[in-house]
Design a protein around this ligand. Structure first.
Ligand code: FAD
Length: 421
């Protein structure tokens, strides 16, 4: 195995940073010296699994991606529990909050994002939580141990997973969502209505089209005791979870005069305008897009790992991304636009008895968007058809029933033309 002599430093030992490390280590021309540095005290863990862990569906140990001795065995220096506070681009050094100084040849910023805050009166009260990391998860689990009531702000993926987790741990939970219906970035009104019905049947209180006005304190003046909405509704509560969006960590990049928008701006090879500094994951921005799901981040990792090891990879490009909800017993799958354009051919199947709903948006015979609720088995096939830009016109009449029914129709024209030839 040959290695290059550069010192690669990855800042952020989260999902993107860790995956990058794994991919670089698997490369025959990996940098000889690698340091990964994160402000969370533990080794890398699977953030996505925080939701099923909160819901009591898995052990804490299942979240760990690698133990400490793995880093040693790979010749990687792990610095856990230290925050990078300054970077000197000229000297090519960084400094941590524990005054450690480190040189680099290549630096990767994989600092992720933080929970967005609503910025309303009372948001500094105790008992207001976010759901971003293990410590948040542990705080929420302790809150749930007390029983009582919780209000979750945000009826998107994260908010609903947090709400279900708290409910399953015994709390009475209200979800307050600003949009007209739950998951309005991923679902149409019909699928969202089915989702809301299912969650209500489980005991969640779902309030949509509602705006937060302020938080109110209890008798001690310190702990949140109620959530006031703009329409005058007041919800009594023992704790709040804010899940209203994310804000990329760009503070470090700003101090370096790197180009930033919502995220740290990178090119299609994940490089900032300083060729020694790259960024990826939720902290980066590519062609105006920032990220909140893992699938595009995995594709960024492949590009950056190859480049850091001396290859010339194909550039990163934006592709549609599919959404799933990790709430057991609820199956939904969606990608593409939510609102049909006038030129879309809209195919719909709805069986309220079975709890099945499918809506496909086609443009010129090509699938651009799908919303599936209930039986979502065909979701990945639809997604592949959309990515491939496949003309599905010949299978249109059977498309709603999935690959098994549609594929014979799609195969027919080719078979006929082969026979004719
Ligand atoms: C509860 C939950 C469930 C999710 N479920 C899904 C899902 O089902 N599907 C999906 O696609 N996505 C899901 N996501 C989103 C997914 O986890 C993120 O997109 C992904 O973690 C982003 O990876 P990242 O490395 O960019 O950021 P992160 O994973 O947040 O990692 C960034 C790391 O950098 C550290 N850091 C920040 N600043 C510094 C600094 N200055 N110095 C040192 N370290 C620093 C942070 O503490 C953190 O450890 C979920 C997220 C959460 C919170």
């Amino acid at each position: 195995m040959s290695a290059n002599d550069e010192h690669l430093v990855i800042v952020g030992n989260g999902m993107a940073g860790h995956r990058l490390l794994e991919r670089v280590l698997a490369h025959p021309h990996r940098p000889r010296h690698i340091t990964i540095l994160g402000d969370e005290p533990e080794t890398a863990y699977n953030r996505i699994l925080l939701s099923p862990w909160l819901a009591g569906e898995m052990d804490r140990s299942a979240l760990t991606l690698r133990e400490r001795d793995w880093y040693t065995a790979q010749g990687v220096t792990l610095i856990a529990g230290e925050r990078v506070t300054a970077i000197d681009r000229q000297a090519r050094t960084l400094t941590t909050d524990q005054q450690r100084r480190l040189g680099y040849d290549q630096l990767v910023l994989a600092t992720g994002s933080q929970a967005a805050r609503p910025g309303v009166p009372g948001d500094d009260l105790d008992g207001i939580h976010t759901f971003r990391d293990l410590r948040d998860g542990e705080r929420l689990a302790r809150l749930a141990d007390t029983g009582g009531r919780a209000v979750v702000l945000g009826g998107g993926l994260l908010g609903l997973e947090a709400a279900e987790g708290l409910r399953k741990r015994g709390m009475t939970v209200s979800v307050v969502h600003r949009g007209p219906h739950l998951m309005n970035r991923q679902l149409d009104a019909t699928a969202a209505g089915m989702l809301a019905d299912e969650l209500r049947a489980r005991g969640l209180d779902v309030i949509t089209g509602a705006r937060l006005a302020h938080y109110g304190a209890g008798d001690d003046g310190r702990h949140v005791a109620n959530v006031a909405l703009e329409d005058g509704t007041t919800l009594a509560t023992d704790g709040v979870v804010e899940a209203i969006g994310i804000v990329p960590h760009i503070d470090l990049a700003k101090t370096l005069d790197l180009a930033t928008g919502r995220g740290i701006q990178v090119d299609a090879y994940l490089s900032t305008h300083d060729p020694r500094i790259s960024a990826l994951g939720e902290c980066c921005e590519f062609e105006g897009t920032t990220y909140g799901l893992i699938e595009p981040i995995w594709r960024q990792v492949e590009v950056l790992a190859a480049r850091l090891c001396g290859d010339t990879p194909a550039p990163y490009r934006e592709l549609p991304c599919a959404t799933k909800l990790k709430v057991s017993g609820i199956s939904l799958y969606a990608f593409g636009p939510i609102t049909p354009a006038p030129e879309h051919d809209v195919l719909t199947y709805h069986d309220p008895q079975q709890g099945d709903y499918r809506r496909l948006l086609l443009r010129d015979g090509r699938l651009e968007g799908a919303v599936l609720y209930g039986d979502t088995a065909a979701g990945p096939w639809y997604f592949q058809c959309a990515l491939a830009g496949q003309d599905l016109s010949a299978g249109r009449q059977a498309l709603l029933f999935g690959e098994h029914d549609a594929q014979p129709l799609l195969d027919t024209p080719d078979t006929l033309s082969e026979e004719a030839a």
